[in-house]
Design a protein around this ligand. Structure first.
Ligand code: FMN
Ligand code: SF4
Ligand code: SF4
Length: 439
């Protein structure tokens, strides 16, 4: 069995699976139950300012029968009395010394208020602190949450107040509601944060009820923007993780969050550099028990791949991320249809005909439709294989032998050396030399 233990910015846990700061980590009852089921750590539901919630609070994006492909919420931070939270955090940590108990914090932007809160939090015996600079609704209107995370100067100012007095590791949790996540991440680094976590929820309006014309979720007829989470946000979270993990000016461990539903999702975050992962929506949907599959799945995969420790996995795919200008223009694939697997639904034909390059021919054979790719015209876009409902029926077959390589950046240099401008004619000449035909 592989060793799943991890150390994220000085916070150790027996496995990388942590509850994200959210409804599942709201109380001692829930956190202890989660630990019993195997979760390696928890980030306690954010505590700090006095707040009151409203109902309804959640809205779901259901896609073709899939419940909660995305989850929208207008919930605030913990609405339980702060003293109750402190008492329960201390009790939980005492009962579970080997698990990571991290406390998420958010208060108004005053040095004394932040430092008092940090000291009281450390007194609970917790393993770390997470600064919630991400809440995009409600709290941000009061100058907290995303209102801090969106301004790198505020981000570093408050982090500095915290790191000045904290004796436990400090994680800064970032909002994705920015144009470039690296700037607040660098600000956190400058202020001596020990780690970054990302992403918090994305600003969104989940939908409108076509019967009542009310915004969802409706609070007595009124609605507004909320935070978006769940499976639909995973690609955005992976991208932001990769940006921060590749940035030498950040150079901090990252706890990955956003749309993690199973061990495969979690492993993708690890491969892009996360040293722990946090989960909210999937637990709200399926319960704490999902961690059992996450642990088993990651363990089996690591054994299969020969990875012995989590450090063998963390960041393993990061070097593969590159800029478009460094991709090989001469790499060539075309679609191939396995006629034995085809169920003649014609979806690939329609997609290629209307949405791609009109290079699947629809013919008839033995009384049913037959779809055949005209290879010479296929641009290898992959659309047909994505829409095909039969696993393995359409595959993208490599046509180049890998011996030739020319990236866009290299091509521009070549043109420069040859005294050529970047014109359509010169590009066409290069394509002709390499048998590339564009229709
Ligand atoms: C209902 C709800 C409440 C949340 N409350 C908090 C919170 O109090 N503090 C915080 O840092 N993040 C909060 N989050 C954000 C989550 O911790 C997490 O960053 C986000 O949901 C993305 O992860 P997921 O896709 O696994 O849900 C909340 C999310 C949801 C859905
Ligand atoms: S890969 Fe793209 S261009 Fe080629 S057959 Fe499929 S949809 Fe058409
Ligand atoms: S989408 Fe797949 S199953 Fe449907 S016709 Fe095309 S190849 Fe056959």
């Amino acid at each position: 069995m592989a060793d799943l233990s991890t150390n994220c910015g000085g916070i150790k846990s027996p496995n990388p699976f942590w509850l994200a700061s959210a409804p599942p980590s709201n109380s001692a009852y829930q956190n202890c139950k989660a630990f019993e089921q195997g979760w390696g750590g928890t980030v306690w539901k954010t505590i700090g300012e006095p707040v009151m919630n409203v109902c309804n609070r959640y809205g779901s994006l259901d896609v073709n029968g899939m419940k909660i492909a995305g989850l929208n919420n207008i919930e605030l931070i913990s609405d339980r009395h702060i003293d109750i939270n402190f008492k329960e955090i201390a009790e939980t940590k005492k009962l579970w010394p080997d698990r990571a108990v991290i406390v998420s914090l958010m208060v108004e932007s005053k040095k004394e208020t932040w430092q008092d809160l940090v000291k009281r939090t450390i007194d609970t015996g917790c393993d770390g602190i997470e600064l919630n600079y991400g809440c995009p609704h409600g709290m941000s209107e009061r100058g907290m949450g995303a209102a801090v995370g969106q301004v790198p100067e505020y981000c570093s100012m408050i982090t500095e107040w915290v790191t000045e007095v904290s004796t436990v590791p400090v994680i800064v949790k970032l909002t994705p509601n920015v144009t470039d996540i690296r700037y607040p991440a660098r600000a956190a680094k400058k202020a001596n944060a020990n780690a970054i976590s990302l992403i918090n929820t994305i600003n969104s309006i989940i939908g409108i009820d076509l019967d009542t014309l009310e915004i969802k979720p409706s609070v007595a007829g009124k609605g507004g923007h909320g935070g978006y989470a769940g499976p639909a946000v995973k690609p955005i979270a992976l991208h932001m993780l990769s940006q921060v993990a590749r940035d030498s000016k950040v150079d901090l461990p990252v706890s990955g969050i956003g749309g993690i539903n199973n061990w495969r999702d979690a492993t993708e975050f690890l491969l892009l550099g996360a040293s722990s992962v946090q989960v909210c929506t999937a637990v709200m949907h399926h319960g704490f028990r999902i961690v059992e599959d996450m642990i088993d799945g990651l363990n089996n995969w690591m054994d299969e791949k020969g990875f012995k420790t989590l450090n063998d996995v963390i960041g393993k795919s990061l070097h593969r991320i590159d800029d478009f200008g460094n991709f090989n223009l001469l790499h060539k694939t075309t679609a191939h249809i396995d006629q034995d697997k085809c169920i003649h639904c014609n979806l690939c034909y329609i997609a290629c005909e209307d949405g791609a390059h009109q290079c699947i021919d629809l013919t008839e054979e033995n009384g049913h439709n037959k779809t055949v790719v005209r290879e010479e015209d296929c641009v290898g876009c992959d659309l047909c294989s994505i829409v095909c409902p039969v696993e393995g029926c359409i595959s993208m077959v490599r046509k180049d032998d890998g011996s030739e390589q020319k990236t866009w950046n290299e091509l521009l240099l070549q043109f420069k050396d040859e005294g050529k401008e970047l014109t359509w004619e010169n590009l066409a000449e290069f394509q002709k030399q390499h048998g590339i035909v564009i229709h």
